[in-house]
Ligand binder design. Structure first.
Ligand code: SF4
Length: 125
């Protein structure tokens, strides 16, 4: 069961996509982690990445990201993810958070998985 104080990025067993319960938003926020090797050249005081090391991310597997995002969103919206993993008071999908630290190239390519899922699922937002 997810908790508001548990922001592990491997909680769903996926490489890029991870859910957290956002106390501020009042539901499940889906995070996209483009640094699965925990490498980053920033040193934010609020960083919660365990085992943070200096460096850059490995090459992005965009097809895998799209498949993970589509599979997770389908499970969260029409599957049993919410009753299985989320406390009753937080059962709602509130946002998908794309990382602000992605390079311009990555930011241009990131919406592709999102658009692909929206097209297949019929969600208009
Ligand atoms: S950019 Fe993200 S991963 Fe890097 S130090 Fe800041 S919070 Fe941590």
């Amino acid at each position: 069961m997810l908790r508001t104080d548990d922001h592990r990025r491997d909680s769903a067993g996926l490489r890029y996509v991870y859910p957290v319960i956002s106390r501020r938003a009042g539901g499940v926020s889906v995070g996209i982690n483009l640094n699965p090797n925990n490498a980053c050249n920033w040193a934010c005081v609020y960083c919660q990445v365990e085992g943070l090391t200096r460096g850059g991310p490995p090459p992005l597997e965009l097809d895998r990201l799209e498949a993970e995002l589509a599979g997770f969103l389908d499970d969260a919206i029409t599957g049993d993810f919410m009753p299985r993993q989320v406390p009753e008071t937080a059962r709602g999908l509130v946002d998908v958070a794309f990382p602000a630290t992605a390079s311009r190239l990555r930011r241009r390519s990131l919406p592709t998985p999102w658009r692909g899922w929206r097209r297949r699922s019929g969600v208009s937002a």
